[in-house]
Structures are given as C-alpha cells and as structure tokens.
Write a protein that binds this ligand. Structure first.
Ligand code: 6PG
Length: 479
C-alpha cells in the first residue's frame, strides 16, 4: 500500500458523488472516494483527468486513514437512513475536529438532529445543498453550506474553487446556522417547481392555444433567453422543443407522458411554509399540479364527460383556441411569465426571511441569491437584480417592498392580467400564473375583505376581532 494522503474524501460514488469528486481533483486537491461497489470505484478512477490525484477505495477504514486532518468527508448517499448509517460507521474511525458534510437533499430537521448529535463529540457537521445536476457537479455547482461557521471557513478554499463562478465570484457561501444550508436548498427546489410549472402553462397557451409549433417554440424560447428571461430553465426548455425521438423521428416532447414525478422537496417547501405561516401559493400550486398530473386515467375520463356535457349547452365549452395574433400572444406570454417568475422568487425569499428569524438560522439572504446566480437550476439574470435589492436593504421582509423590483413587476402586470384572463376564459389550467397574480394582488392590497371573515369567526365561535379605530380584542353578541 502506498503512503499517499488525500485532502478530501467522498462517501458514495454515484453520479453526483463521482462528478463532484472529479471536480475537486481537477482543482488540484487530492481526492479519495469510497463506495462498496467495486465498479463505481473503478469508474471513478478511470474518469479522472490526466495529472490529477484520485483514488477509489472499498472500505471506509482505508479512506479515513488516508485523509489529512482535520478530515473533510462529504456524503453523497440517498437522504434519510443511509446518512445516519454512514455517520455511525464513520464515528469510530474519525477524530475531534473532523468535518462531515452531507451533500444530499436532506430534510432540514434531520440535518439539525445530526448537527446536535455530532457537536458534543467535537465533530463538525455541515449540511450543504448542491444544485446543478450531473453537469454542475462536474464543472461548477452552486452550493449552499450551513452549520458550524468555523468548519465552513475550513472548507471554503476547496468549495470555492470547485463552485460555478459569476463575475469571478464563486457560487458558494455561508447560508447560516444549523440546518440553514439544506433549508435554503429546499426553498431553491420549491422555486424550481414554481418556475417549471409556469413555463409549462405558458407552453400550453402558446402550443395548444396559439398553435405554435415546436420549431416556433424553440425559436421563441431561444429569443427569450437573450433578454430579461435569460435563465437555465428557459435555455433547456428551448433545447427540449428541438429534440427529436431517435425511434420515431418525431418531436420527443410530444411523446412524453404528462405525468410528473417528484422526489418531495417541493412538497416539503409547501408543508413547512404552511407550518411557518408563510404564503407561497405559486410553489403550492406547482406541487398540486404535479399531483393532479398523476391522475391521468381520471383526467382522460373527466375530459370526455365534461366536454360532452358542456357541448350540450350553447357556447359553454372552452374552445382552447386563442383567437389572438401570434406575435401579441407571444409578447403577453413573455411578460406574464417574467412577472410570475419574479413573484415565485419573491415568495421563496419571503419564506427564507421568516425562517431566518423564526427558526433562528440567521440566513444572510444576499448570500442565497448570490450563490443562485450561477451553477444551479434556478440561475437567471434576475438573481443579480435581487442581489442588488439585498445590498440596498439586507433585512427587507418582502422583495415587493423594494422599489426597483416593484417597478419591474408593475411593468409586466397588464400582460399577466390579460394572460390569466385568457387562460380562465378558454379553459386552460393555469394555476401557477393565477396564483402568482393573486399573491401580487393580495400583498399589494392595503385592506382585504377579511374583516368580514373575522366577523364570521366571532359570530359562530366568539373568536373575537380587532377594530380599526380602537386597540384591543372585541366580541359581539351577533344574534
Ligand atoms: C438541483 C435539483 C435536484 C433535483 C431535484 C428534482 O438543484 O440540482 O433541484 O436537486 O433535480 O431534487 O426534484 P424532483 O424530482 O422533486 O422534481
């Protein structure tokens, strides 16, 4: 056995672990990876770039023994019990001051539990959100570490060198205390869900409503990606429209079943937002639409039944055909999409603001938007705009209170209203766009009709109400 030592260890050489570790090695660090699967360690070594120092091993003992101290060991194994199992296996082998990093999409309370468990043992635990998929992991992900700040400082040189860069700045920074890293990544995924849903709704309006062909959609989305909407998700959507199916020669997107999968991070975002009392309706709607998409058989049956019923009533069946000039429709859709995307980020950021305070994570919000500018799935030029807003006012509770952002949204608003009405009048399921508009309208309405709701609560349940003209709690004998 040679005596080579290593700077960074990885447990789990699946797609993400292997690519991230190769990225570490490419930046001049000696990288060692563990996987029980002999094929995976062999594949890892075979994929290494010339001149880099890598090793794949099949026992944790060997990996730990070869790491320089304090040891930096990252876990990229499936979230849940496998993470606990690896931690338990590592504990007898590692020493005080060593750092364990969990890079999976872990539920944030699990991260908090592990952080508290390892702290008295002198082991630093960093929960880190990693975004950007396979390509990002290999050539520059966005990373969201949280937990022990001193441990982050020790990881900073390696993580900064492997991260994506925007204007020379690495897309990795400290996200706050405890489980903040995984929390920020979860909200990132919630926003990802919302934007993907919004793009799908716009696709439907253009394709089914406006008769845009896949080639036209490719051209339109490519054009959009040159302007305000420039982002990773718009870019890949443009590319998807052009992809043909090697088997049939037809456009692949048309052959894909309309049932969406999910691994749960969007649902977690919605559940936790509800618990925290934060409104993120566009993310909620995106989760809901994936749920409805799964009901394929029922949907097909319901479409037939309801079409038949509506056809019997004059003018009642939605035409699904927007009689509007294609150019005008495209421009309305562009603006509506832009507004709704901004409003999705706004909702996600308001959730982080509340989590920072109520869950005592002390999340530097400007760091979250800074690391999302590159490498991650929701990267877009808009993040630079949000970054500027947080520079102006780091503790702003809602980005709609920032004047330049308010102005940016208001410029798209007429188009959003028009697009939502078109969708509603013509029977398109556009809950994402609708929820974004409702969020905007509710948040920017000084007096909502919920005075009546308070009266109702007091009427049937003596829940009391507050008044606009006096301090205190009041109850009325309504009957
Ligand atoms: C990323 C992605 C990544 C993964 C999602 C997919 O940032 O790189 O968010 O983490 O693709 O977990 O989530 P669903 O399977 O739930 O759509």
């Amino acid at each position: 056995m040679d005596n080579q030592t290593f700077d960074f260890g990885m447990v789990g050489l699946g797609v993400m672990g292997r690519n991230l570790l190769l990225n570490v090695a490419d930046h001049g660090f000696k990288a060692i990876g563990f996987d029980k699967d002999l094929q995976k360690t062999a594949d890892f070594e075979a994929a290494a770039s010339a001149g880099t120092t890598v090793k794949g091993v099949n026992t944790l003992e060997e990996m730990v023994a070869r790491l320089t101290t304090p040891r930096r060991i990252m876990l990229l194994v499936p979230a849940g019990k496998p993470v606990d199992d690896v931690i338990e296996s590592l504990l007898p082998l590692i020493s005080e001051g060593d750092i364990i990093i969990d890079g999976g999409n872990t539920y944030y309370t699990d991260t908090l539990r592990r952080y508290e468990y390892l702290r008295p043992k002198g082991i630093h635990f960093i929960g880190i959100g990693v975004s950007g998929g396979e390509e990002g992991a290999r050539f520059g992900p966005s990373m969201m570490p949280g937990g022990d700040e001193a441990a982050w400082q020790q990881l900073k040189p390696i993580l900064s060198s492997i991260a994506a860069k925007v204007n020379g700045e690495p897309c990795v920074d400290y996200m706050g205390k405890g489980a903040a890293g995984h929390f920020v990544k979860m909200v990132h995924n919630g926003i990802e869900y919302a934007i993907m849903q919004l793009i799908c709704e716009i696709y439907e309006l253009l394709h089914r409503g406006g008769n845009f062909s896949n080639e036209e959609l490719h051209a339109l989305f490519s054009e959009w990606n040159e302007g305000e909407l420039k982002s990773y998700l718009i870019e890949i959507t443009a590319a998807i429209f052009r992809q043909t199916d090697p088997e049939t020669g037809n456009y692949l997107v048309d052959a894909i079943l309309d049932k969406a999968g999910s691994k749960g991070t969007g649902k977690w975002t919605s559940q936790i937002a509800m618990d925290m009392g934060v409104a993120i309706p566009t993310i909620d709607m995106a989760v809901t639409m994936r749920t409805i998409s799964a009901l394929k058989t029922d949907r097909v049956q319901a479409e037939k039944l309801h079409r038949e019923l509506l056809a019997r009533q004059a003018n009642a069946a939605p035409a699904h055909n927007l009689s509007i000039d294609k150019k005008e429709l495209a421009e309305d859709c562009r603006k509506a999409l832009f507004a709704a995307i901004i409003l999705s980020y706004v909702q996600g950021m308001s959730m982080l603001h509340t989590a920072s305070r109520d869950l005592e994570m002390d999340i530097p919000l400007h760091n979250a938007v800074k690391v999302w500018r590159g490498g991650c799935i929701i990267r877009s030029t808009l993040l630079g705009t949000f970054y500027d807003a947080y520079q102006r006012n780091p503790s702003i509770s809602n980005l709609l209170l920032d004047e330049p952002i308010a102005a940016l949204v208001s410029r798209q608003l007429a188009a959003l209203r028009k697009t939502v009405s078109l969708a509603a009048l013509n029977g398109f399921a556009a809950g994402g766009l609708m929820s974004a508009l409702s969020y905007y309208d509710a948040f920017t309405t000084g007096r909502l009709p919920l005075n009546l709701l308070q009266a109702q609560r007091d009427y049937f349940g003596a829940h009391t109400y507050e008044r606009i003209d006096r301090e205190g709690k009041f109850h009325t004998q309504w009957t």
